[in-house]
Structures are given as structure tokens and as C-alpha cells.
Ligand binder design. Sequence first.
Ligand SMILES: [Zn+2]
Length: 108
Amino acid sequence: MTAVDRNAACAVKWCDETGTHAVHRKYVASVPGGIRGGGLVGVNLAQRVQPRASVCVELTVTTPWSSTTGYLFAAGSVPDIAVALTEAAERATELDAVRHRNDDCHYS
Ligand SMILES: [Zn+2]
């Protein structure tokens, strides 16, 4: 494998990226999470291509109207985030049930 071998598989076994890349990445899940089906939330394993970089959990958001944004989370913080997300979703569902006339999650 050489530097010009752009389609070469990565030497890191779990990495899905090929060719030159700055972050090793494994695509774990892709969830249509946006309102009106307009967005896609990706969950990946990601590790910067640096010595002793830790493997992180990456969350990406892709919408038709903006470029993909991503954020790396330390693996240890993800369970807390997951709990908070679940709690927020439960409360949102409750609030929606009270509101009756929710047709979207727009900001008004
Ligand atoms: Zn890689």
C-alpha cells in the first residue's frame, strides 16, 4: 500500500474509510431523525489519525440544506447523553400530547 493508492483499505481493521483520511471511522447507524424526513443522524465510531488518539463516538447531522456537521464525544460520556436524550424525548412527547395542535417542531 502506498500513499497514492487512494482506494486502499485502511490499515485499522475496524475503519470503513479508504484512501487518505484524517479520521478513522466506522459507520454504525444512520437514523432519519429530522423533522419531515429532512435530516439524517449518523452514529459512528471515530478516531483521529494521531498517535494515542482515543476512539470516540461521532454524531453527525446531515440535512439537504446544510453541509454535514459532526461532533466527537468521549465514549464515557455517551451513556449520560443517551439518558438525557431519552428523558428529553419523553418530555417532548408528553408536552406534545398536551398541546394537541402540534404539526411540526418548528420555532415560531
Ligand atoms: Zn482509517
